[in-house]
Structures are given as structure tokens and as C-alpha cells.
Design a protein around this ligand. Structure first.
Ligand SMILES: CCCCCCc1ccc(S(N)(=O)=O)cc1
Ligand SMILES: [Zn+2]
Length: 268
């Protein structure tokens, strides 16, 4: 069973976007859109913010697939086996999938920035509120429905945990290709320090752009090698049938206005 995220609606939703979709695609009255620049000196320390509590079961990993926008590693979210609690969250959230955003060069690629600093890529671990909702599709429409952990990637030493993922990518070069993928522990992609993060209320960064996300952006980045990132860029936006193949790069959204939102920090 595929994580409900990949129910036709998500494919339908994502396939509506042509790969170079970058447009503002403004959401009428959207004043909580993502991504944003995190202005460190304007963030407010909140001592009530707790450490993140992740409890991921590597066996709930199901498949990895190319959805024509990024590649997703999906988890069985029919039970509370892989969960996120704590941080800014009151409820328990279930891991549904993780994916990345990256650039055609190492000079850019992340969706969020810190004092305008760009990173070559950004990891998103997507969770939904299983205390309040019974399906991802429900939660995605609700104010407190989702929690996404953002982790910046920097080019440096090879990331051993990521390599298992990188080795599977050639098998899903084209849009809509899927391979079975099991036993992957997403915790290996988190930075050593997960206590220091910024958090703010925002949206999905791809359609349906719903303003249902509690964003948790890690202060500490992870390192991956140049070659590992190059394999990300070998993926294609296009399906095998299409005549013109387009490299899957620059799959990040343009930054959105903070609209007066405060970004809180869990650290001083
Ligand atoms: C009803 C189907 C909705 C599928 C929406 C899937 C989705 C998940 C996370 C993100 S992101 N980049 O904000 O983490 C974007 C889109
Ligand atoms: Zn994302």
C-alpha cells in the first residue's frame, strides 16, 4: 500500500505543474506562504520550544519514486510507527515521505535561506497530524495538519547514509518510475544537533500550496559529497515517452513574503 500521500490526488496535483514551475502561483489571500528567508536577527527565542522527538521505524519504508518534481521516499503511514513529536508541536505527527529540492549548481538549490544564504539542496521530511486526522489528504487542508522538517545540505564529505538512496536513483531516472525501497532510516539524514531549529507557520512549497505546515528548519546542516548531489541532477523531470528529456534541477519555489510572520528559534 502506498503512503496515502501518493494517492492519485498528489500525482494529479503535482503533474499539473510543468517542471519549470516556479511561478508565484499566488494562493488567493495567501499570507502564510513558504519558503521564506529566515532573518536570524528578527527571529524570537521561545523557551517553550522543546527538543524534537523523532521515532522512525526503518521497516516502514516502502518505495522511492520520481514524481516529475522531485524524488520521494515513502513510508507506510497507516499506523503510528514513524512519528515526530515535541518541538513546537502539541500533537503526534506521522512520517509520510521525504524528498529534496536542489539546484543545477552548488551555488543554489535550497528553498529556505538563512540571512539570504543559499544552500545547494534542502531535505523535507513530511509528517501529518495523526492525533487530529486519519488521512494525509485530510490533514493537508488543515491549519495544524502538517509538520515538515527542513534540513540544509552542504557540499563536503560523502554522506554514507545517503548513498543507499543515491544508488537507487538511476532506476527512477524518469518521471513516474518507482522502485521498491525498504529499510531506510530517515533519522540518519538528520543533523547531529536537532535541538536548534527555527519554526514558523507556512505552506506547502508546491501545489496545492495549502497553508497547513508547521515548518521546523534545522540550524545545523548535513554534508553530502559533490558526486552524490550530481546523481540528484541526473534525474529527469520528463517521462520515458517524452521526446525532449529535461534534467531535474532547480526544483525549488521562489521565496514568499513573510507577511509580518515571526520566526521563532529554539536557541539563543
Ligand atoms: C492532496 C495531495 C497533496 C500533495 C502535497 C504533497 C507535498 C508535500 C510536501 C511539500 S513541501 N515541499 O512543502 O515539503 C509539497 C507538496
Ligand atoms: Zn519540499
Amino acid at each position: 500500500r502506498r503512503c496515502n500521500l501518493t494517492a492519485c490526488s498528489s500525482k494529479y496535483v503535482l503533474s499539473q505543474m510543468h517542471p519549470m514551475w516556479q511561478g508565484p502561483l499566488a494562493v488567493p489571500g495567501g499570507d502564510r506562504q513558504s519558503p521564506i528567508d529566515i532573518v536570524v536577527r528578527k527571529s524570537v527565542f521561545d523557551s517553550e520550544l522543546k527538543p524534537l522527538v523523532t521515532d522512525y521505524d526503518p521497516h516502514t519504508c516502502q518505495q522511492i519514486w520520481n514524481n516529475g518534481y522531485s524524488f520521494l521516499v515513502e513510508y507506510d503511514d497507516t499506523t503510528d510507527k514513524s512519528t515526530l513529536r515535541g518541538g513546537p508541536l502539541r500533537d503526534k505527527f506521522r512520517l509520510c515521505q521525504f524528498h529534496f529540492h536542489w539546484g543545477e549548481s552548488n551555488a543554489w538549490g535550497s528553498e529556505h535561506t538563512v540571512d539570504r544564504r543559499l544552500f545547494p539542496a534542502e531535505l523535507h521530511l513530511v509528517h501529518w497530524n495523526s492525533d487530529k486526522y486519519s488521512l494525509f489528504e485530510e490533514a493537508v487542508m488543515e491549519e495544524n495538519g502538517l509538520a515538515v522538517i527542513g534540513v540544509f545540505l552542504k557540499v563536503g564529505k560523502r554522506h554514507e547514509g545517503l548513498q543507499k538512496l543515491v544508488d537507487a536513483l538511476p532506476a527512477i531516472r524518469h518521471k513516474d518510475s518507482v522502485v521498491e525501497f525498504n529499510r531506510f532510516d530517515p533519522a540518519c539524514l538528520l543533523p547531529v544537533n536537532t535541538d536548534d531549529y527555527w519554526t514558523y507557520h507556512g505552506s506547502l512549497t508546491t501545489p496545492p500550496l495549502t497553508e497547513s505546515v508547521s515548518w521546523i528548519v534545522m540550524k545545523q546542516h548535513i554534508e553530502v559529497s559533490h558526486d552524490q548531489l550530481a546523481v540528484f541532477r541526473s534525474l529527469l523531470f520528463t517521462s520515458a515517452e517524452e521526446d525532449v528529456q529535461k534534467s531535474m534541477v532547480n526544483n525549488f519555489r521562489v521565496q514568499q513574503s513573510p507577511c509580518g510572520r515571526t520566526v521563532r528559534s529554539s536557541f539563543t
